[in-house]
Structures are given as structure tokens and as C-alpha cells.
Design a protein around this ligand. Structure first.
Ligand code: NDP
Length: 257
């Protein structure tokens, strides 16, 4: 796997926390030679700390570029690739991970702001990132090459009461991923999706508008996955032989079945 990932340039959205942050470390640990990581999120200071921590752990064989990017803002995505330093422009892997849930509410009570932020981030942001990076993949010889790894959710397959908007966003991700995979079937661009169940991250803190007690209560009496559990799968799918597409992975803690 290290050999196959060697020399690759990888973009991770939502890399400042949780699954995205763990994925950055997992790539760096797995392929600590000539790897380039572009870490994006809104919290640039956190990304810079992560970059420094990765360098401390694996040394300077991995080049890390922290980039402030709000995926819900199309104008920021439009300038993203052009704004990269030349040595980071040849992107090989896009991990579309940035995402969030806001609130727990039945349909009549859903706040307009929450509705918009979930769709703009989870769906439009993911699609805009994909559109921004696909041209780099498609200009490669023999129809193109590159990996798009979308982080969906079990919620996109199994809707739950109080989460209709979040579930709808993740169902949209699933549908977009499947369509794109079919569109690109004649190329060497792999389009893959990983759908986690419960993972303990800042996700629930965001869901409850920063209320840590409510967030912790979600995990009472169960053992959620760790972000590393998902990161290992991301690196696994990206590290397969180029003819192998791990198209669709559902991963959840044993209690959640
Ligand atoms: P975290 O809240 O820990 O991480 C979310 C990341 O997304 C952060 O780095 C955050 O960075 C980033 N983000 C949020 N909004 C934006 C934005 N507008 N632009 C750019 N980055 C943004 O949660 P997780 O690690 O758990 O979530 C990662 C993905 O996993 C999400 O897509 C989520 O839906 C999915 N998922 C999570 C599950 C769970 O139980 N935790 C279960 C199933 C799926 P910043 O605030 O700095 O911008």
C-alpha cells in the first residue's frame, strides 16, 4: 500500500477534526515518503497545528499544505485549484469528508439556516469540490485517473426521525456518487463511498449547537467507532491496485446493526 500511495497528492476536506483529521494522519503514517497532503477546512489554525503534528510524527517525507476553505462557498472552491502552489496541483485523491448535522427536529420545526447549511456543505459543497478537481483527473492519459472518496453516512440508507434533512443530504451524496461512478466508467477515475455509522467526533457537538452534555449523551451505553476506524478504510480503498474499485462500504459499531 505504501508503494502505491507513494508520490500521491491527496486533498482532504474537513481535515481539522474527527474523521478528516485521522485520515490525514493515517495517509502520512502509511506512506511517509513523497506524499503531499492538502488539508482543508475553515479552522486554519487547527489545520496548521495538525500539519506540525504530522511533521513531528513522520518527518519531512510528507509535505502538508493547510488551506482555509469553506466548501459551502462556491466562490472559495472556484479559486482553490488555481491557488495551489505548483507542486500541489497534480491532485490524485480527493476525500470529500467535510459535513455536518445541525439540530434534531421534525420537519415542521427545521430551521431554515440549518437546512441551508446542511445542503450547502454536505451536498453542494461535495459536488462543487468534485467538479473543481475532476478536470485534473480527466486530462491524464488513457481517459484519466484519480480517486474520489465520498464520506456518506448510514443515515443516507436508513433515515431516522428528527434527522430528515441530514438523511436527505447523505442520500443525495449516495445518489451523486453512484451516478458519477457510472459516468466515469470508461476512465480510470475511481468513485468510491464510505458510509460510517456512529463515530465519536465533534459531529454531535455540532449537531447540538455546541452543547457537550447533549453530545456525550448520544454515546451513553454504546461504544461508537473511533475516527481512526474510518481513516483506515479510506486509506485501504485509496491504496488498492488501480483496477480495483471498492465502490461502497458500510461500517458501523457492532451494537448499531
Ligand atoms: P467533525 O465535526 O469532527 O468534523 C467535521 C469536519 O468538517 C471538520 O473538520 C469541519 O471543519 C469540517 N467542515 C464543516 N463544515 C465545513 C465547511 N463549510 N467547509 C469546510 N469544512 C467544513 O465530524 P466527523 O469527523 O464525524 O464528520 C466527517 C464526515 O463524516 C461528515 O461528512 C459526517 O457527515 C460524516 N459522518 C459522521 C458520522 C459520525 O457519527 N461522526 C457518521 C456518519 C457520517 P471546520 O469546522 O474547521 O470547517
Amino acid at each position: 500500500v505504501a508503494k502505491r500511495l507513494e508520490g500521491k497528492t491527496i486533498v482532504i476536506t474537513g481535515a481539522s477534526s474527527g474523521i478528516g483529521r485521522s485520515t490525514a494522519f493515517e495517509f502520512a503514517r502509511t506512506a511517509p515518503k513523497d506524499l503531499k497532503l492538502i488539508l482543508t477546512a475553515r479552522r486554519i489554525d487547527t489545520l496548521k497545528e495538525i500539519a506540525a503534528d504530522i511533521a513531528k510524527e513522520v518527518g519531512d517525507g510528507v509535505k502538508v499544505l493547510p488551506v482555509q476553505l469553506d466548501v459551502s462557498k462556491p466562490e472559495e472552491i472556484r479559486g482553490f485549484v488555481d491557488g495551489l502552489p505548483a507542486e500541489f496541483k497534480e491532485i490524485d485523491v480527493l476525500v470529500n469528508n467535510a459535513g455536518l448535522v445541525k439540530g434534531v427536529a421534525k420537519a415542521p420545526e427545521i430551521l431554515e439556516d440549518d437546512l441551508n447549511v446542511m445542503f450547502n456543505t454536505n451536498v453542494t459543497g461535495l459536488i462543487n469540490m468534485t467538479q473543481a478537481i475532476l478536470p485534473t483527473f480527466l486530462k491524464r492519459p488513457n481517459g484519466g485517473a484519480g480517486d474520489i472518496i465520498n464520506i456518506g453516512s448510514i443515515a443516507g440508507r436508513e433515515p431516522y426521525i428528527g434527522g430528515s434533512i441530514y438523511c436527505a443530504t447523505k442520500a443525495a451524496v449516495r445518489s451523486f456518487t453512484d451516478s458519477l461512478r457510472k459516468e466515469l466508467i470508461a476512465t480510470r477515475v475511481r468513485v468510491m463511498e464510505i458510509d460510517p455509522g456512529q463515530v465519536e467526533t465533534e459531529f454531535s457537538v455540532v449537531r447540538f449547537y455546541g452543547d457537550k452534555a447533549k453530545a456525550d449523551a448520544v454515546y451513553a451505553g454504546c461504544e461508537p467507532l473511533t475516527p481512526d476506524d474510518i481513516a483506515e478504510v479510506v486509506v485501504f480503498v485509496a491504496g488498492r491496485r488501480e483496477n480495483v474499485v471498492v465502490a461502497d462500504t458500510l461500517i458501523f459499531p457492532s451494537h448499531q446493526a
